[in-house]
Design a protein around this ligand. Structure first.
Ligand code: TTP
Ligand code: MG
Length: 367
């Protein structure tokens, strides 16, 4: 295989950084973007926290009520209180598009892998040094035009680029690689060995526990396990992990993902069984989904999935594939209602549990 030079860019504290840039009076304060904390009674989660708020122990996906508690404790210690802001996804998507446009000036092969992340191919420049100077230019341009900082990692593949972009956040530029193939492999190994296993994409909290129970804490420990052993422990994915621990990854840059589904969900302020309320919320979800569907270039959809989370967090889904594809709001509302109704009776809710969240998703989109 030809030598590759791959870069990965990840914006720093993205939602919070955009808010900070637009509200100069927030400079130097801890900021959390997430659902309304309602003075500690809020039930949603943190989308992101800026680096000052992270010092309080606040991070993405933390319950917003916990974030509120952390902020109150900090206040008691005489530190500034957290500024809580609600997300404005439309605004962040706009900024995201501008960032991707800047990257596209320097590379023709770009994979937008999330709202604030992209992989891009720089193999055409032939040297890691040149790739580094291009990435420095990208960072400078983002800083100048968008007043935001990004972290970029460069490596011989997507795996190493992604790990490298995370290595010196915020405002980092990390190169793991060199033009000599053998030396490059050595550099990659030196970089990977001491990383905690949790850093490897795909190792989540559950796999982490399985591996830690076997005394595997760092990437270098992973290398003591044969491919067969890893497969036995983790299934087919174990074989990929065997290669990843050695810094090997051939996955290509995927320029365009096909949108496969459109979904929305809502956690209620209070757990409920009120049918009128639930039907109204379901209608609102359907309206938002149809709006997003109409903005895209799909014409019909054929499947619908409803998610119900009960007060005790038990979560159930119910799906229906239609005999004929549909596209109207009324049809979606009607089908969604049919999926929800059994959860309000003994049929799918025999213990009459209250409902905490409902989610609706349309799938099998057709052009
Ligand atoms: P991340 O890149 O994971 O986080 P970040 O950009 O805020 O911070 P970092 O400097 O560590 O990269 O996610 C990008 C955005 O996606 C983030 O600003 C908010 C949103 N997000 C959520 O809404 N919920 C989540 O659980 C996560 C992880 C991110
Ligand atoms: Mg980010």
């Amino acid at each position: 295989m030809e030598k590759r030079i791959i870069a990965h860019l990840d914006m720093d504290a993205f939602f919070a950084a955009v808010e900070e840039r637009e509200k100069p009076h927030l400079k130097g304060l801890p900021i959390v973007v997430g659902s309304d904390p309602m003075e500690g009674k809020g039930r949603g989660v943190v989308s992101t926290a800026n680096y000052l708020a992270r010092k309080y122990g606040i991070h993405s996906a933390l319950p917003i009520a916990r974030a509120w508690q952390f902020s109150q404790s900090a206040k008691k210690e005489g530190k500034p209180e957290v500024v809580f802001l609600e997300p404005n996804i439309k605004k962040y998507s706009g900024v995201s598009q501008k960032i991707f446009e800047i990257i596209r000036k320097y590379s023709l092969q770009v994979e937008e892998s999330s709202i604030d992340e992209a992989y891009f191919d720089l193999s055409f420049v032939k040297s890691f040094k040149q790739a580094e100077s291009i990435c420095q230019k990208i960072k400078n341009e983002i800083k100048e035009k968008e007043k935001l900082t990004a972290s970029i990692g460069i490596g011989p593949n997507k795996l190493i680029a992604k790990l490298a972009s995370d290595f010196q956040k915020p405002d980092g530029l990390t190169v793991i690689g060199t033009d000599d193939k053998k030396k490059c492999t050595e550099l990659v190994e030196i970089f990977l060995n001491p990383l905690p296993i949790r850093k490897i994409p795909g190792i989540g909290p559950k796999t982490e526990i399985v591996l830690k129970n076997k005394g595997i804490n760092f990437v270098k420990d992973l290398k003591n396990l044969s491919k067969e052993k890893l497969k036995e422990m983790l299934g087919k994915w174990g074989a990929d992990l065997y290669d990843m621990a050695r810094g090997r990854d051939n996955s290509p840059i995927i320029e365009e993902y096909e949108i496969k589904s459109i979904g929305e969900q809502e956690t209620f302020l209070k757990d409920t069984k009120d049918a009128g309320f639930l039907f109204q919320k379901l209608n609102e979800l359907a309206e938002n989904i149809i709006n997003r569907f109409n903005q895209g270039d799909f014409r019909k959809f054929k499947a619908i999935t409803l998610t119900v989370r009960f007060a005790d967090f038990e979560t159930k889904t119910s799906s229906k594939t239609l005999s004929k594809p549909i596209n109207s709001l009324d049809n979606l509302k009607f089908e969604a209602l049919k999926l929800l109704t059994p959860f309000l009776s003994a049929q799918k809710n025999p213990r009459k549990k209250l409902i905490r969240l409902i989610g609706l998703r349309i799938e099998k989109l057709e052009k």
